[in-house]
Design a protein around this ligand. Sequence first.
Ligand code: ADP
Length: 193
Amino acid sequence: MINLVLFGPPGAGKGTQSEKLIKKYGFVHISTGDLFRWHTKNDTPLGQQVKEIMNSGALVPDEITIAMLKEELDKNPDAKGFLFDGFPRTVAQAEALDQFMKNNHTAIHFIIALDVEEKEVRQRIAKRRAIENRPDDEDDKLNKRITEYFSKTIHVLPYYEKQGRLNTVKGVGNIDDIFTSITAIIDRKEAQV
Ligand code: ADP
C-alpha cells in the first residue's frame, strides 16, 4: 500500500476528494484540520490551546501540529496506507513527516496537489459559508488562511518537486472527473511501489 498527501489551498476540494479516495482504497485518513476541530469541539487541553489560533485563520505552530500528528500515527500502527489531508502545511512539517515514515520503515510515496486559482477558492468558500458556518470562513479570517497558504504552505511544493514526488491535478471542473485524474495517478504509482 502507499502513503500519500493530498495538497491544495483552502477550498480546493481536499475534503471531498479524500472521502471518495478512502472509500475506494481504504486509506487511513489523517486530516489535521478535522483533528483540531474535534479537539476544539470537545474542549480538550489541546483544543483550548489552538482554538483562538484556528479561528483567526493562522496556522497552528509546527511544534503542536507535529506532536498531534505523531500521536495519531502511533494510534494506527497497522495502517496499510495513509492519506494526509491538510498536512504538511510547512516545510518543517514535511520534513517531520518524512522522518516519521522513515522511522516506521515506510515513506510518503508522492503527493497530489489540487491546482485551483485563488479567485475560484474564494467563490467556493463564500458558497460553503452559507451552508457550514465555519468561524474561520468569515472574510478577514479567510484572508488570513489564504495569506498563510501563499506565504508558508506553497513552499511545500518545491520540497516534493525536487525529489520527484509532486503530481499536479487541475482541481476545477466536475468532481468525478477530478477524482478520475487522481485515481489514475494513484493506480499508476501503486504499480511502481
Ligand atoms: P482549510 O484547508 O479549509 O483551510 P483545514 O480544515 O484543513 O482548513 O484547517 C483549518 C485550520 O486548522 C487551519 O486554518 C489551521 O489553523 C489549522 N491547521 C490545520 N492543519 C494544520 C497544519 N498542518 N499546520 C498548522 N495548522 C493547521
